[in-house]
Ligand binder design. Structure first.
Ligand code: NAD
Length: 281
């Protein structure tokens, strides 16, 4: 199977690894050459670590790496059977990419988006063949997180939904089908989790580390909310909250936080920028 991935950032590079590990031929596209270089270097590091842990051997590493090519133009994805878009969480930017992509790919190519919060129906509406569009929502880090939400839009054909589900099962993922609603399942539940943690901090009840410690030790979460927001990226996480809040007609349960907004504006994005709620330098 030929898989085209659009966007070589956190999610796109992880999804490329998942598909190439499953034996697919992958083309990873990004406008930004440094993102492609970074994705390639990150994969080398990850696979070297997996060899040290005895999880893959040298042949497997070579196979996974040689299955992926890093490309600079969208046109190079023309032979894809499935494309998965993982670029910036902005509906207009995504739509423009999808309109261009549809000019190059075959009639039966599935066009999927990894959006966390945008309407799949609205993305699908930008296509000539909206029935080929579906949400395929991986979690971060994509190679480790088993769950993938598959989100059919009202336009999505049954055949495309089934093909998307089967592809993910072939990639050893667990699939949950969710309706096309803001945040789907996991990101909707997660909004009040982050939001209430930020409000606890804003009200001076406890600092980041204390809130994280409490939820990890008592709540048995793997990561505390501030560690998780830093891991996801405060820019991405804030935008998703704002989108879900707006899409639910300003329901206060999903209200974004000024604290996180300021962190995102200041460039304190979390791990990827070296500083967020915690310091990673
Ligand atoms: P990111 O910022 O790490 O990467 C985005 C990449 O897209 C960048 O490399 C950028 O150069 C590239 N890009 C931007 N516009 C482009 C264009 N027009 N054409 C080609 N490439 C372009 O973002 P991310 O965290 O990987 O998120 C990507 C998508 O996945 C978003 O829709 C986000 O909501 C969703 N998502 C993110 C997470 C997460 O935890 N970060 C989890 C699930 C879903």
């Amino acid at each position: 199977m030929n898989v085209g991935i659009i966007g070589a950032g956190t999610m796109g590079s992880g999804i490329a690894q998942v598909a190439s590990t499953a034996g697919c031929t992958v083309k990873l596209f990004d406008l930004n050459q440094s993102a492609l270089d970074k994705a390639k270097a990150a994969l080398e590091k990850i696979l070297t670590r997996l060899i040290e842990k005895g999880r893959v051997d040298a042949d497997e590493k070579t196979r996974i790496q040689s299955n992926i090519s890093y490309v600079n133009t969208l046109k190079e994805l023309s032979d894809s059977n499935v494309t998965i878009e993982a670029i910036v969480e902005n509906i207009e930017v995504k739509k423009n990419v999808f309109i261009e992509l549809e000019r190059y790919v075959s009639e039966d190519c599935i066009i999927a988006s990894n959006t966390s919060s945008l309407s799949i129906a609205s993305i699908a509406a930008s296509l000539q063949k909206p029935e080929r569009c579906v949400g395929i929502h991986f979690f971060n880090p994509a190679p480790l997180m088993k769950l993938v939400e598959v989100v059919p839009a009202i336009q999505t054909s049954k055949e495309v939904l089934e093909k998307a589900k089967q592809t993910l099962l072939d990639w050893k993922k667990v699939v949950a089908v969710a309706k096309d609603t803001p945040g789907f399942i996991v990101n909707r539940v997660a909004r009040p989790f982050y939001g209430e943690s930020l409000r606890i901090y804003e009200e001076g009840i406890a600092d980041f580390a204390t809130i994280d410690y409490s939820l990890k030790t008592i709540g048995k979460f793997r990561m505390g909310p501030f560690e998780l927001m830093d891991f996801i990226g405060n820019d991405v996480n804030y935008t998703v909250t704002e989108t879900v809040f707006t899409a639910f007609y300003f329901d206060p349960r999903y209200k974004p936080s000024f604290t996180q907004k300021r962190f995102a504006e200041a460039g304190y994005l979390g791990r990827k920028s070296g500083k967020g709620f915690y310091d990673y330098s």
